[in-house]
Design a binder for this molecule. Structure first.
Ligand SMILES: Cc1ncc(COP(=O)(O)O)c(C=O)c1O
Length: 381
């Protein structure tokens, strides 16, 4: 079976991990800093590594001091971690609908959702395609609120020539195996504001204060450390940073391979009846994490099942967050964000990875034939 996403691991990655296992450091050691410096060069802002994309979001919300009474505006087309980590701080989740073409949060819907309690706008770069960051930035600045970018899908993407990571107040990344690069589990927080990054870092490292100038009680010796605000252990160990450093060296190769796959799909699937290809706006250069096609809602289940019966382990990304029982039981309705609901009802993610499994003419001919047979001429919706 060919999954919708898979890691790309080579001998250099393996050697890097083995070397780190032979070093003195298993958890926080020199490779953490090395990985963070290498990440900064790619994303255009200083970074802190953490143990997952979920942890990165949790740290981002901690950094802005999110709490009960605050509202956070989010899109429904995302993995639930975008909302769960904010809800766990007692914040109220507000859903803004998505754009029809990109499935990214719609700035017009965001503007309409702002209230005096709004603390942050959270954009998700669905499938790797950056959201409309300039418009969102302008709204955030006008209302003196934060712009957070959940870039779990989009490390390596650029928006109007600027790297994802250098635009929002805080950007979060995931290094889960299906993502653009991996550390197995892992993530990072980037921020253009040093003070926010420091808060995120402290939250990810148990809230420990080790800088003498900040101590509130008298230090009795070199062991002294203090906690001013609670934190958690979200550290990414050296062993996984070793993999991250090695993967990051091939990020541009991965991007080119994913672009090649995207272009091959567009070429071979163009013109198939009842099949809509993903859009790319001309001011972005995405690193494609997913290849989301759309088929008529009433045929989505059939197409999905038929592809899965063959060798294509396709996926649906995502069940809208406001459709989950955890939100439905609080009175949220997915029908309040009709574009997101309609996108969900039509979407299927075809395999997308920087991997020889899909980077061959044979693969594209096979999937073209399958989709042509299922949806081709005569297949009326
Ligand atoms: C948009 C989005 N946000 C957050 C996450 C959470 O990342 P992780 O799985 O690394 O915790 C994911 C991963 O599935 C995601 O797709």
């Amino acid at each position: 079976m060919i999954p919708y996403g898979r890691q790309s691991i080579n001998n250099e990655d393996i050697a890097a991990v083995v070397a780190s296992l032979k070093s003195d450091w298993l958890t926080t050691g020199p490779l953490v800093t090395e990985f963070e410096i290498a990440l900064e060069k790619v994303v255009g802002a200083p970074c802190v590594t953490v143990s997952s994309g979920t942890a990165a979001l949790h740290c981002a919300y901690a950094a802005i001091g999110l709490g009960p009474g605050d509202e956070v505006i989010t899109p429904p087309i995302t993995f639930i971690a975008t909302q769960a980590t904010a809800a766990l701080f007692g914040a109220t989740i507000v859903f803004a609908d998505v754009q029809t073409d990109t499935a990214n949060i719609d700035p017009i819907a965001v503007e309409a959702a702002i209230t005096p309690r709004t603390k942050a706008i959270v954009a998700v770069d669905y499938a790797g395609h950056p959201a409309d960051l300039d418009e969102l930035r302008e709204i955030a600045d006008r209302h003196s609120i934060y712009l957070i970018e959940d870039a779990a899908h989009s490390i390596g993407s650029t928006y109007k020539g600027r790297p994802v990571g250098s635009i929002a107040d805080i950007t979060t990344f995931s290094f889960f195996p299906t993502k653009n690069m991996t550390t197995s589990e892992g993530g990072a927080v980037a921020s253009i504001h040093p003070a926010l990054l420091e808060k995120a870092k402290r939250f990810s490292r148990q809230g420990l204060v080790r800088n003498q100038s900040e101590f509130k009680i008298r230090s009795e010796g070199a062991w002294h450390q203090e906690v001013h605000e609670f934190g958690l252990n979200y550290r990414l160990p050296d062993v996984l940073c070793a993999l991250g450093i090695s993967q990051l060296k091939r990020l541009q190769t991965f991007k080119a391979q994913r672009r090649e796959a995207f272009e091959s799909y567009c070429e071979i699937l163009h013109g198939i009846q009842n099949l809509e290809l993903p859009t790319k706006r001309d001011y972005v250069d995405p690193m494609w994490h997913l290849f989301p096609i759309r088929v008529p809602a009433k045929r989505r289940r059939e197409v999905f099942d038929k592809l899965r019966k063959q060798e294509f382990l396709v996926q649906v990304n995502y069940i809208p967050a406001n459709l989950h029982p955890v939100f439905a039981s609080q009175g949220y309705r997915a029908s309040d964000t009709p574009e997101a609901l309609s996108f969900y009802e039509q979407e299927i993610s075809l395999p997308m990875m920087a991997n020889s499994e899909i980077l061959s003419t044979e693969y594209f001919v096979k999937i073209q034939n399958s989709l042509f047979q299922i949806l081709g001429p005569g297949s009326k919706s």
